[in-house]
Design a protein around this ligand. Sequence first.
Ligand code: FMN
Length: 159
Amino acid sequence: MSRKLVAYFSASGVTAKVAQTLADAVGADLFEIAPKIPYTKADLNWMDKNARSTIEMSNHASRPEIESKRDNMSEYDTIFVGFPIWWYVAPTIINTFLESYDLTGKTIVPFATSGGSGMGKTNERLAPSCKGAKLLDGKVLKSHSNNPELAAWVESMGF
Ligand SMILES: Cc1cc2nc3c(=O)[nH]c(=O)nc-3n(C[C@H](O)[C@H](O)[C@H](O)COP(=O)(O)O)c2cc1C
């Protein structure tokens, strides 16, 4: 049987809620991409050019460490990967996550929450970290997306 995983990073809880609803809607397992060093409020201040998130996002090669690795990744053929949009793209910890596994033959479906931006150049930045996998377009989802809406979105992609 094909198994699905919803893996997400969420700094302030919005994406976490959507990820939970999505996992329920599609019968997927849920995994939090937890940073080894949690982001403080000051770390997330995008107005501060010296804030951790600003520094990380201005360096495409930054790879913030993740607290723990999912040990059964080989069991999943579809991985939904959720995150907040940071500076118009995915936080670089998502690159860390994708590069931590052999994704050969898997389908990666990005989803995000944001303050209004779309996916922008998200996939351009994620593609090099998805070697051997099929990276779908993905979508910015409403923060209050409900189960039927998310089920319909997933069905529209042919799952
Ligand atoms: C460092 C940082 C950068 C952000 N950049 C953007 C952005 O470029 N466009 C946007 O619409 N929202 C941006 N946001 C807002 C988040 O995408 C939005 O609040 C998101 O829903 C937060 O999700 P979370 O609670 O799962 O972390 C940014 C937030 C932070 C902390």
